[in-house]
Design a protein. Structure first.
Length: 123
C-alpha cells in the first residue's frame, strides 16, 4: 500500500505547521497548504485507499501509471458526482417552481375573494 503521511513541522526543512509531506509510490515531496491537519489526514487516508484499489484492480506495477490511473478514476468519480448534483438541483428547482406556482395561484384566489368581499361591503 502507498505510504502517505502528514508530518509535524520539520524545522530543518523549513516546513510550516500545515505543510504536507507526501511520501508515496517511491516519491517524496512537500505540498504547502493552509488546511487543517485533521482534514489532510482524512484526504490522505482516502487517497491511500484509492491508490490501493487502483493497484489491486489494475495489477499495474509502475508507480507513475498507478498515480495517473488513480487520478483519472478520481476525476471520473468527481464528474459523476457533479452530474448527479446537477440533476438533483434541476429536480429540486422544478419541484420548487411547481410549488411556487401553486402558492401564487392560492394567493390570487385569496386576493380575488378579498376584493370581492371589499366590493360587496362598499357597494
Amino acid at each position: 500500500m502507498a505510504d502517505l503521511a502528514v508530518n509535524e513541522p520539520l524545522p530543518e526543512l523549513g516546513l510550516n505547521t500545515n505543510d504536507l509531506v507526501l511520501d508515496i509510490l517511491g516519491e517524496k515531496f512537500i505540498v504547502a497548504t493552509d488546511e487543517e491537519p485533521e482534514y489532510l489526514n482524512e484526504i490522505l487516508s482516502q487517497y491511500k485507499i484509492m491508490v490501493a484499489n487502483t493497484q489491486s484492480i489494475s495489477k499495474i506495477d509502475k508507480p507513475i501509471r498507478i498515480a495517473i490511473l488513480t487520478g483519472f478514476l478520481l476525476c471520473d468519480e468527481l464528474n459523476k458526482l457533479k452530474k448527479q448534483i446537477k440533476t438533483e438541483m434541476s429536480n429540486m428547482e422544478a419541484q420548487h417552481s411547481s410549488e411556487i406556482q401553486k402558492l401564487e395561484h392560492s394567493i390570487q384566489k385569496i386576493i380575488s375573494r378579498l376584493d370581492q368581499a371589499i366590493n360587496e361591503n362598499t357597494g
